[in-house]
Design a protein around this ligand. Structure first.
Ligand code: FEO
Length: 176
């Protein structure tokens, strides 16, 4: 049985993960419009991953006999100054999500809820990866700047990411 403060916080995190899905889908639409299909496909895969994150918490709340309550999503941003700016937003978004996860862990500890803390450890590890992946791509974008061919090369690499699997092109880029 979940304690009420934990249940409320997990419901807020479901909303935050679904909002993340919305943000990445909005970025996918932006990149489509910019003629960068690889970036768009990467963002679309990322959106699917965020949906899976939301459902992981959704399933956990149900498993613990809690009550999932959904709330409205804020409007996502729709415009960015340039392709790098959108990725910078993505990185900053992941940093903010990591802070939310840390706050959730602190709450679970304060409520002596070991099961929730244990479930959240998956997210702690996932956030390390998500931040590192976004940072690696952002670094590459900084190097190419406004260089068209460089941007198209990154677009091609990002297009190799499989649907819904956040570990593909991003990690390969991170390892270079
Ligand atoms: Fe679900 Fe990218 O954090």
């Amino acid at each position: 049985m979940l304690k009420e403060p934990v249940e409320d916080a997990l419901n807020e995190q479901i909303n935050a993960e679904l909002y993340s899905e919305y943000v990445y889908l909005s970025m996918a639409a932006y990149y489509e419009d910019e003629g960068l299909p690889g970036f768009a496909s990467w963002m679309r895969a990322q959106a699917e991953e965020e949906h899976a994150h939301a459902m992981r918490i959704y399933d956990y709340v149900n498993e613990r006999d809690g009550r999932v309550t959904l709330a409205g999503l804020d409007d996502p941003p729709t415009e960015w100054a340039d392709p790098s700016d959108a990725f910078r937003t993505a990185y900053e978004h992941e940093v903010a999500i990591s802070e939310r996860i840390d706050d959730l862990v602190a709450l679970a500890r304060a409520e002596n809820d070991n099961a929730t803390e244990n479930m959240l450890q998956w997210f702690v590890a996932e956030q390390v990866e998500e931040e590192a992946t976004a940072q690696a791509i952002l670094d590459k974008l900084k190097h190419v700047g406004d260089d068209g061919p460089g941007l198209l090369m990154i677009d091609q690499e990002l297009g190799e990411r499989g649907g819904g699997d956040g570990d593909l092109a991003g990690e390969e880029l991170a390892e270079e």
